[in-house]
Design a protein around this ligand. Structure first.
Ligand code: S3P
Length: 173
């Protein structure tokens, strides 16, 4: 089985994914890490030198490759992955894949991303909390239309990583 974890930047996809993989004895794959490995460059460098369109092409390619996996995997995708290149359809069409949206509120995301923006090229330039709130508010509104198509939705606000992991397991199995 393939469990696809999705959600906005800083919603805990990678950490929760690693924990789930450990509990279930599944392989953990982070799509951004995979792209970085294949490109031999960080996501920020890929955006800078080759541009976002190139990044989105590679993202769609490697997503489809992973969706063909015959192993049990937890696949944590990037915040934008479900929103481009018909990727959400590719995920939903895959019969042995389950999709999980880790849903965080706007204030939670703003708080986390003010601290964790430097490695994220789409928001690294945003300086104030007001500007971050305005940007993420619009962005999340657009993206939620895709995320909400996930089969399972888990609210993460005010929950520890341990609690979220437990909730995902309870919801899926
Ligand atoms: C992106 C999210 C990032 C990464 C890239 C673009 C996005 O992944 O794929 O910077 O469009 O939201 P994380 O969600 O893991 O930060």
């Amino acid at each position: 089985m393939i469990i696809v974890l999705m959600g906005y930047m800083a919603s805990g996809k990678s950490t929760i994914g690693e924990r789930l993989a450990e509990k279930l004895n599944y392989k953990f794959i982070d799509l951004d890490d995979l792209i970085e490995e294949k490109e031999n460059a960080s996501v920020s460098e890929v955006f800078k030198t080759k541009g976002e369109i190139y990044f989105r092409k590679q993202e769609a390619l490697y997503l489809r490759e992973q969706l063909q996996s015959k192993e049990n995997i937890i696949l944590s995708v990037g915040g934008g992955t479900p929103c481009y290149s018909d990727n959400m359809k590719a995920i939903l069409d895959q019969k042995n894949a389950k999709s999980v949206y880790l849903r965080a509120s706007l204030p939670t995301l703003v708080e986390k991303l003010m601290r964790k923006k430097s490695t994220r090229p789409l928001i690294a330039h945003i300086e104030t909390e007001e500007a971050m709130t305005e940007f993420i508010g619009k962005h999340l509104f657009e993206r939620a239309q895709f995320y909400n198509d996930a089969e399972f939705k888990i609210a993460i606000d005010n929950k520890s990583k341990k609690e979220v992991t437990k909730e995902v397991l309870k919801t899926l199995f």
